[in-house]
Design a protein around this ligand. Structure first.
Ligand SMILES: NC(=O)c1ccc[n+]([C@@H]2O[C@H](COP(=O)([O-])OP(=O)(O)OC[C@H]3O[C@@H](n4cnc5c(N)ncnc54)[C@H](O)[C@@H]3O)[C@@H](O)[C@H]2O)c1
Length: 329
């Protein structure tokens, strides 16, 4: 049974902690959090002990480190865990800049550590099905990819301030999905962004509404739109168009009941946020990480995937500032 040390017991740390505890294949041995109460609460829920970050990383009775702390701590923690010989599952993104990520991945390479990045959407059954069918050739040559991602509401400004901004924090998932679905690297990124949902986000130097156009060397195009607001829930849609047809993944609604009457036709709102919408994806993600440890399978999103998504996020951030398209180095 793989023994995890969970670092960070906030929103996503709790999700992963409970998923591991329920998996039957692994257990949470220790939890650390800068907030002692948060650590104690999660540890009590999953039958683990509370420890410090440093002690857990070095602990002999810990096989794997799950990094769920704020983004600006990830690269340091990956390096420390890699040097301590641990398997690592780290939440996205790896760091706040591609430069820091490259330095971090050098340590991962030198130590030959197993590193998987928490791009949970690759593990969502609907999106995974879409990708499998693209690779099987069902829609022929991929030409256009459209990704729509809107949160039900913005996170607190204190979270935004440490997040690296919308492109690194939120759209990073969509950059990864665009790469995953299109199957080629993007070479140019042109982004637009504005702060029209919450003026406090603009004051903190970030955007809350954004769109990005990207193109690959062979001419495949991806369009991503993001908003920190959607009045009808967590809007997560993807569409890929190719020479032989189109594949589309719809939203997942709270229930499947539809009303039809003289006033029109209506259905339930879409599932509210990532906890509900991606619960299956998080469970498959942990399974994929355990398989990578046990069977040596390649993690579905590795350090290179983390870096390439990060480069796109950095380019989009730069493009919004300059108003120009940015080439990926
Ligand atoms: N893949 C996903 O679906 C997903 C969803 C949400 C968040 N995330 C990522 O997970 C990370 C955490 O996000 P969150 O929403 O859970 O944030 P959060 O603020 O809810 O939780 C972070 C926790 O880390 C603790 N913490 C802060 N600094 C620490 C340190 N130095 N050492 C130990 N603990 C520390 C905080 O006290 C807090 O409890 C972010 O990088 C975010 O991008 C991923």
């Amino acid at each position: 049974m793989i023994r995890f040390g969970v670092l960070g017991a906030g929103r996503i740390g709790k999700v992963h902690g409970h998923t591991i505890a329920k998996s039957g294949k692994a257990k949470v041995a220790y939890v650390a959090d800068a907030d002692g109460k948060a650590a104690a609460a999660l540890a009590a829920d999953v039958g683990a002990k509370v420890g410090t970050v440093e002690d857990i990383i070095k602990a002999k009775d810990v096989d794997a480190i799950l990094i769920c702390t704020p983004t600006d701590t990830h690269a340091d923690l990956i390096e420390a865990a890699a040097k301590a010989g641990k398997k690592i599952l780290c939440e996205k993104p790896i760091s706040l800049t591609a430069e820091r990520t490259i330095a971090c991945l050098k340590v991962v390479e030198q130590t030959k550590a197993l590193l998987m990045i928490g791009f949970n959407r690759r593990h969502d059954p609907n999106f995974a099905n879409l990708e499998k069918r693209i690779r099987a050739g069902e829609i022929g040559n991929v030409e256009l990819c459209t990704v729509i991602s809107r949160d039900p509401g913005p996170p607190p400004v204190s979270y935004i301030e440490r997040s690296g901004g919308l492109f690194r924090d939120m759209m990073i998932h969509d950059f990864d999905m665009a790469r995953f679905l299109v199957g080629e690297e993007f070479i140019t990124v042109h982004a637009f962004g504005s702060s029209i949902v919450d003026p406090a986000i603009g004051k903190a130097g970030d955007v809350d509404t954004a769109s990005v156009h990207m193109i690959t060397k062979t001419g495949k195009i991806a369009v991503i739109t993001n908003s920190r607001r959607a009045t009808y829930g967590y809007d997560q849609r993807m569409e890929v168009h190719g020479s032989k047809g189109m594949l589309r993944a719809h939203n997942v609604h709270e229930n499947t009941v539809e009303f039809s009457g003289a006033s029109g036709i209506s259905s339930a709102v879409v599932q509210n946020f990532f906890l509900e919408r991606y619960s299956a994806a998080y469970a498959h993600e942990v399974d994929a990480f355990l398989a990578a440890i046990d069977k040596g399978t390649e993690p579905r999103a590795n350090g290179h995937d983390g870096l390439m998504a990060q480069k796109l996020a950095d380019a989009a951030t730069e493009s919004v500032k300059s108003g120009q398209a940015v080439k990926i180095k």
